[in-house]
Design a protein around this ligand. Sequence first.
Ligand code: XMP
Length: 511
Amino acid sequence: QIVILDFGSQYTQLLARRIREMNVLAEVIGFHHTKAELQAKYPNLKGIILSGGPASVYEEENYTIDPNLLDGQIPVLGICYGLQLITHLHNGKVEPAAKQEFGKAQLFLDVPSNKLFKNVPDGKLVWMSHADHISVLPKNYIQTAHSDNSVAAIKHNEFEIYGIQFHAETTHSEFGEQMIKNFVFDIVQAQKDWYINKFIDSAIAEIKNKVGNDKVILGLSGGVDSSVAATLISKAIGKQLICIFVDTGLLRQNEGLQVMETYTKNFDMKIKMVDASAKFYKALKGIEEPETKRKLIGKLFIDVFTEEARKLSGDAKWLAQGTIYPDVIESSKEGHVSKTIKSHHNVGGLPEDLGFELLEPLRDLFKDEVRNVGRELGIPSLMIDRHPFPGPGLGIRVIGEVTKEKCDILRKADAIFINALRENNLYNKVSQAHVVLLPIKTVGVMGDNRTYEFVVGLRAVNTIDFMTATSSHLPWEFLDSVVNKIINEVKGVNRVVYDITSKPPGTIEWE
Ligand code: XMP
């Protein structure tokens, strides 16, 4: 097992995923853990990676590690800030660079025989992103590679301690994956033992063992995480699992039906459907401000769910959630205060004091691993390969005040867009697509008559991590046909626009 000590780099999770794709378990953890703590927590610890991050070693003394981690007993790879920290802790010098390096740089190997460079040719491109650089090498280290402007790699004379200034984990680094492989298999000598099948078997055994004969309840949203969690748990304990599916009235067309059919028919699950739509529409009446809507929807969802759960709580001891690894990592991030752009609500965001014990079988998995588990369990692609859908649902896609009538209009328009994407083999080529309904009416002409109806906006984006995104370049003819179909078939809409704003400065949702 490999542990990544996180200093807040935007690439940390990517790095963990890269290693897991090599069938080796990698975990991300805060940087402050001592060597003894890490060894107690991970008895099978074989290697440590120090991530990059925005700090400077000469400015922020607190962003450091237990020096015992560099005693040579465990192989270490420092990336970017990690390399600078090793340098700083081992009596080298790190300073602001006269020439910063952001973007691609050529990597010239000074010691091509270095284990990290096995099968890596000289002069290949790597991805740099640093303002500081090494000005004096740490004691007992040699420089193993350089770029035009910096020391690009170092290695301890004796110990298996390596540092690289570039980000080998990004695809922009041409032989980056090879270097990570070299660290994982040649230096750490990790075993390949992280497989989805094995995960499923051990998760099922663990669920059975934990839960025994008790009952478990789970809030099913139709999203990937809660669906996979439900399916996995139901494989383990069958009808001891009771799912609650809340229809908020803010779901997409036929969504409730689809979820019920898929999981009751294919997986024989026990699902309790609660129609709370009237409650939601009532609560949303007259409310326009996005954050107020988000909070209100989140709170009402919790209330409805809690009420249903309490009805079952005589029986049930466990509350299962589809919490996944990025949720766990984000909530334990130290030292990074980010501004709230939107208060996210999802079914996983239930309060902890509901009086149940928590069952979270997907806690250790990244999203793509969760999808693989779902596929392996036989959940249809229609459910597994869906675009993300926000917890507040159509509540934040009807801009301004939400009413049932507006939701119905939006559902129809959205279904036309999404079905057209599927029919034209475009659905899997975009990361997320949806329609929003604007709170304004415009004038149009249909036949010989004046119309005065709503405007809808089509949104389609491509992104890897949903933190940044670009609008999808959908074919003009395709957009043309979608616009036609919406105007012809959706009563109440007479104008359609396509949003080409990227994120930032826009966000993916409009609210
Ligand atoms: P934004 O609009 O912030 O969205 O660019 C980024 C991604 O997050 C989804 N999103 C949410 N997901 N609860 C969720 O579970 C929420 O409250 C929420 N708000 C936005 C959005 O659909 C996109 O995939």
